[in-house]
Design a protein around this ligand. Structure first.
Ligand code: MN
Length: 289
């Protein structure tokens, strides 16, 4: 099933580019709230047939006519893997003029957080603050979404806790020799976490470890990799995170970017596509506040 959140936090099932609204299948207290998707995920097995029946009855609206919100608008946490592809690790080492050997990667570093307030949907605009002399970069990433409370999960059980997958752009303000802000802040400016366009349930993704990931800026292909090249694969990300804290339904985990990161500027358009998961394209503009 492909799930979308749109307009005033309505929820829809997406079939052939048409959105069939199923908000009415949810308990009244959750309708039109950013938290509805967390509850839908938490109760999915119980609500699934009602959701499908509702989607069968209502007519579809072309997806292009709706304002797409992040498919999980209010995760309790967004975790993210740092340096999880070797070629990206190498390009970052080169950028700061440090040797690659001995440089920590995802297995040593664990995870960092992005503020949930930095989320944007597929219909939104990436807004860059005015920081003369600084570079803002795109990072294309597969994200997985937690399906049920996950604590101390073993790698062999990891996929039992994943509800689904979506595309995530981890927009980042790069450090310089002069400026070295906290990573969490550099990646948490408002709109710096585009998520979507939809949430694809795990049963539709045969193997999340062999997905092609691509990102273009203005039709120039900047990133192209396969999720099989992750240094730390999804089961180990899950194991490490859930031995740190309990993950909740709707929590988002960005699995890290491959090589080819680069600058985005106001006026650009950024497009991410992940095989079987989806594709979205967002404009970039200067923030006016
Ligand atoms: Mn990243």
């Amino acid at each position: 099933m492909r799930l979308a959140v749109f307009d005033d936090y309505r929820i829809g099932v997406v079939r052939d580019e048409a959105v069939h609204e199923v908000t009415a299948a949810l308990p009244e207290r959750w309708r039109n709230t950013p938290y509805a998707m967390n509850e839908l995920i938490r109760n999915f097995e119980a609500w699934r047939s009602r959701i499908e029946e509702t989607a069968n009855i209502v007519s579809g609206i072309p997806i292009g006519q709706l304002r797409l919100r992040p498919p999980v608008p209010a995760p309790q946490q967004i975790l993210a893997a740092p340096a999880n592809y070797r070629a990206h690790q190498a390009e970052m080492a080169k950028r700061v003029g440090e040797p690659l050997v001995g440089r920590p990667a995802a297995r040593d570093l664990g995870f960092f957080l992005k503020a949930p307030g930095s989320l944007a949907g597929a219909s939104d605009t990436i807004l860059l603050p005015d920081r003369p002399g600084r570079e803002f970069h795109h990072e294309s990433e597969l994200a997985f979404v937690i399906g049920r409370e996950a604590r101390a999960v073993k790698q062999s059980q990891a996929f039992d806790y994943i509800f689904g997958y979506t595309c995530l752009i981890d927009v980042t303000l790069r450090i310089t020799s002069e400026f070295k802000e906290e990573r969490v802040m550099r990646k948490s400016f408002e709109t710096f976490t585009p998520l979507g366009p939809v949430l694809v349930t795990a049963d539709e993704i045969a193997d999340p470890n062999t997905l092609e990931v691509r990102l273009w800026v203005n039709d120039e292909l900047r990133q192209h990799a396969n999720t099989r090249d992750m240094i730390v694969a999804i089961p180990e990300l899950m194991e490490t995170a859930t031995h740190t804290l309990t993950l909740k339904p709707g929590d988002v985990y960005a699995t890290g970017t491959p090589e080819g990161v680069g600058e985005i500027k106001p006026g650009d358009r950024v497009r991410i596509a992940i095989e079987h998961v989806g594709e979205m394209s967002l404009p970039v503009a200067r923030r006016d506040w």
